[in-house]
Design a protein around this ligand. Structure first.
Ligand code: K1U
Ligand code: ZN
Length: 164
């Protein structure tokens, strides 16, 4: 396993669209393990492969308080959603920035595990928010895209200053 570098907004590689996974091999298992290790090391509750510059449709999520509920979703798709919730979101690719985003309250996700086996999961509350946030990353979207252009611009300036 290895810790991977998380790309920081406005890195253009965060805008890449991840490709569907069709090979369920050791390389994929290693990627999933690296993602979990990186997510935990950064104190995150989720991570999408795009954030470590891997253009593959895989996300890891663990919203538990004691790192006891790791989930890996390969080729995740939201097949049903209902309701609305407003949640304060953060992002490992936008460090130290938090903002309210409106998301679906409940979702049904279809995905595969790292062996390629299909499963369906119903999620609500923070788990639903986190899965929606991570699937957005796979589609080249960052949570700041939901904010006003002025707010996004301010955040972008802050991130660029942080680099130097
Ligand atoms: O995608 C990511 O960068 C991970 C991100 C996921 C996320 C957090 C909050 C709402 C939606 C999605 C993070 O984990 S950022 C770290 C963070 O904000 C957080 C950490 C622990 C508990 C709650 C939030
Ligand atoms: Zn994020």
């Amino acid at each position: 396993m290895a810790l991977r570098t998380v790309l920081v907004f406005p890195d253009s590689r965060l805008r890449n669209i991840a490709k569907r996974i069709s090979h369920f091999d050791d390389e994929l298992s290693t990627l999933a393990a690296d993602m979990a290790e990186t997510m935990y090391a950064e104190n995150g509750i989720g991570l999408a492969a795009i954030q470590i510059n891997e253009q593959k449709r895989i996300i890891t999520v663990d919203v538990s308080e004691d790192q006891s509920a790791l989930m890996t979703f390969v080729n995740p798709e939201i097949i049903n959603s209902s309701g609305k919730q407003i949640c304060q979101e953060g992002c490992l690719s936008v460090p130290e920035i938090y903002a309210e985003v409106t998301r679906a309250e409940k979702i049904t996700v279809e995905a595969q595990n790292i062996k390629g086996e299909k499963f369906t999961l119903e999620a609500d509350d923070l788990l639903a928010v986190c899965i929606q946030h991570e699937i957005d990353h796979l589609d080249g979207k960052v949570f700041v895209d939901y904010l006003s252009p002025a707010k996004r611009q301010r955040i972008q300036k802050k991130m660029l200053k942080r680099k130097t």
